[in-house]
Design a protein around this ligand. Structure first.
Ligand SMILES: NC(=O)c1ccc[n+]([C@@H]2O[C@H](COP(=O)([O-])OP(=O)(O)OC[C@H]3O[C@@H](n4cnc5c(N)ncnc54)[C@H](OP(=O)(O)O)[C@@H]3O)[C@@H](O)[C@H]2O)c1
Length: 343
């Protein structure tokens, strides 16, 4: 197999490159050389995916059986790469997101759920897009990227919609924030219900599933998430405490009370999110097609091991994740008072 990755130096792209090389595939990675390093063994092509002449130059390094696009966020950029690469790449595999669903995270979603209406020419900087909340604009733009790729590639397009992705090389900072907090030990503010099912997928399982589908030439659309019942929020935090080894107690605090205190869901407390559809993504189509999810504890342990040896690629989103120590202590003291008051 000959594979082109648009990106390839971060989180999912890097994992894909490593897995594809391990399968004996020929791998080309196209990026600007700004963030991260290419995996040794790939053919590296430098360029900007938003530049028509750079993408045209890239075609000279083909042909490929498939192109994997992990790095597109605006529909016109997807149109450019899909149209330019069509003659030299047999299939186009787009990594989208469950945020493309209009009703996620409010309602359960499967692949037939409606998407955000997408503007095929939309850019993040357009007035109407810039006025949207970030989750909405991200989903709208990704839905537009899906359309752009499907228009050009038809049945040879494969679209994956992951929920939350965790694992080694994560730059977003979700699991790093939880592990960093666990490593400090002491009394840890844990949000909501320890029995809440969660569905994060390990980046290596997502990559393996994507490459398996690339090899067989399957097209269509797949949600990619762990099956319901795979793990709970309590399992996640217990694993963080166990693998870091610091003496720590989890203090579970009611979600409603935390919301009243204006604690930011999803970022200040990573993976805590209360809308009822958050962890109701139907991944059965992907599991029927071969997605296998490793135990969440392995994801947590391997991410902690990786964080001991390498810093994540710097990224603006990292600063959003985790709670200030003083605020956590203040909230825990206030929660203790609240419990006394309720008794
Ligand atoms: N994290 C999650 O929980 C989650 C959940 C659902 C879906 N997703 C999706 O999963 C994907 C994550 O992919 P990822 O982590 O591998 O990478 P990514 O963050 O999308 O892309 C980063 C890669 O693309 C390259 N790149 C960025 N801008 C470029 C440009 N203008 N021209 C050429 N190359 C460019 C970067 O290298 P240079 O900067 O050096 O160019 C880097 O190699 C995204 O599509 C995201 O929407 C993530």
């Amino acid at each position: 197999m000959r594979l082109l990755i648009l990106g390839g130096t971060w989180f999912l792209g890097r994992t894909l490159a490593e897995d594809a090389l391990a399968r004996g595939w020929r791998v080309t990675c196209f990026n600007r050389g700004r963030s991260g390093k290419d995996v040794p063994g790939v053919e590296s092509v430098r360029g900007d995916r938003t530049s028509p002449s750079d993408v045209e130059r890239l075609t000279g390094h083909g042909p490929w059986d498939a192109v994997v696009d992990t790095s597109v966020y605006e529909p016109p950029d997807a149109t450019l790469t899909a149209r330019t690469l069509r003659p030299v790449a047999g299939r186009y595999i787009l990594v989208s997101t469950v945020s493309a669903y209009r009703n996620w995270p409010q309602q359960p979603v499967d692949e037939s759920s409606p998407l955000w209406p997408s503007g095929r020419d939309a850019r993040e900087t357009d007035d109407d897009v810039a006025a949207m909340p970030v989750a909405h604009s991200y989903g709208t733009l990704k839905a537009g990227c899906e359309e752009a790729v499907q228009d050009t590639y038809g049945d040879s397009a494969l679209v994956l919609r992951p929920g939350v992705v965790l694992g080694p090389y994560e730059y977003v900072g979700r699991l790093a924030a939880l592990l960093g907090r666990a490593a400090r030990g002491g009394r840890i503010l844990a949000a909501g219900d320890p029995g809440q099912p969660i569905q994060p997928v390990d980046v290596r399982d997502l990559a393996a599933f994507l490459l398996d589908l690339a090899a067989t030439g399957v097209g269509g659309v797949f949600n990619v998430a762990a099956p319901k019942g795979h793990a709970t929020h309590g399992d996640l935090l217990d694993a963080c405490v166990d693998v870091t080894g610091a003496p720590a107690d989890l203090a579970w605090v009611d979600s409603d009370w935390l919301i009243e205190q204006d604690v930011r869901q999803w970022t200040e407390i990573p993976l805590w999110r209360t809308p009822p559809g958050t962890w109701a993504v139907d991944p059965s189509r992907a599991h029927d097609a071969g997605l296998v999810c490793r135990p969440l504890r392995d994801t947590v342990a391997d991410t902690w091991r990786w964080l001991q040896t390498e810093r994540p690629v710097p990224h603006e989103r990292q600063a959003e994740h985790g709670m200030d120590e003083e605020k956590e202590a203040r909230l825990l003291a206030a929660w203790d008072e609240e419990l006394t008051r309720r008794r």
